[in-house]
Design a binder for this molecule. Sequence first.
Ligand code: ADP
Ligand code: ASP
Ligand code: MG
Length: 424
Amino acid sequence: MALIVHKYGGTSMGSTERIRNVAKRVAKWARAGHQMVVVPSAMSGETNRLLGLAKELSPKQTSSALLRELDMIAATGEQVSVGLLAIALQAEGMEAISYTGWQVPVQTDSAYTKARIQSIDDARVRADLEAGRVVIITGFQGIDSDGHITTLGRGGSDTSAVAVAAAMKAHECLIYTDVDGVYTTDPRIVAEARRLSTISFEEMLEMASLGSKVLQIRSVEFAGKYRVPLRVLSSFTPWDIDIEEEASSGTLITFEEDEKMEQAVVSGIAFNRDEAKITVMGVPDKPGIAYQILGAVAEANIDVDVIIQNVSHDGKTDFSFTVHRNDYQRTIDLLQNQVAPSTGATQVLGDTKICKVSIVGIGMRSHAGVASKMFRALSDEGINIQMITTSEIKTSVVIDEKYMELAVRALHRAFELDQEPVAA
Ligand code: ADP
Ligand code: ASP
Ligand code: MG
């Protein structure tokens, strides 16, 4: 008998019919002798609907007081889900009980809308499991030390599930979603995308951080830190398929490099449209200038991603970087009102119509020429590269947003990701 955590995403919980299917699947696992903890998301569209209502009443405000209320509202989506799933399980003849984040409790910091889990007290959940119940815990939400409800950022139910699995030392955490695993790239963009039977933890971390929303980045971080066995699989298979077959389907995130069966140089392509580019023109090219610009941005709690400084002309240079689109206006205002006057910058320009496309693979460590193959594939399509950033196992480019799908498809082809890699 093992303790297993199942996580079901919004689409998997999208209707009472689907919830009934989830209940039947969970009941099958429980009847096979496992202790089951289930972490569902809100029904699909519900979080957007709830946040949309709030936006109607306060389109622009971003005060901490407002963010607190956003969490209060958004957390209700998951509360409905857990209750419905408990009822569906009871209707299947199972003993089941649901808890919100604050009932467990799932303790977080106070960063509303992007809180981090600090600890999980599993005593209550364990007692229920010992009593033979299936325990259902809300995804996405927690409680801070002052008792305020918090949420973990969009897609945060993945993190809730992995954190619960880590806290309870679960045998495995299974992330059930609307695709049957992790693909070489988003299968909704590239029809030839191929499902990976395994992906290394490091690659998954990069893919998630570079935009593949199949797993929230923090869930992958948690899995790495606590070595939680993690698998991504489909909730759309018939609920009564053989449990062994189900348990080995999808994509396993592996921690040992030699466990990795597939030896591709590039394993996947990620992309995101969430960033905006900002250029500060005509700043004096002297020591401390990057600090003057980026220090001010960091002090305003704005995260910066790709950064480039151009060669200087006549002692002046241009400085470009990207920020999350949600922070775009705030960054522009800050630069225009504070940084430009103090540095003597001639102009602050912004572009929200960009995207970042990245190739990821641990094989890049030991192979030269991977980045240049990427640049060539983009150049063959006439796509101009605006910024480049590399690390050991990834290369990212910033390009015009309108070429995103073209770039992803071209790279998928160039690196032959539709084909099984030849075993090394
Ligand atoms: P859930 O509601 O189950 O959490 P999400 O919508 O958050 O589901 O994540 C699943 C989606 O992630 C898929 O439908 C797919 O479009 C997208 N996706 C992006 N990149 C990938 C990838 N590399 N492999 C699989 N799915 C991906
Ligand atoms: N319901 C939340 C969201 O839509 C959390 C999740 O689905 O993981 O972002
Ligand atoms: Mg998700």
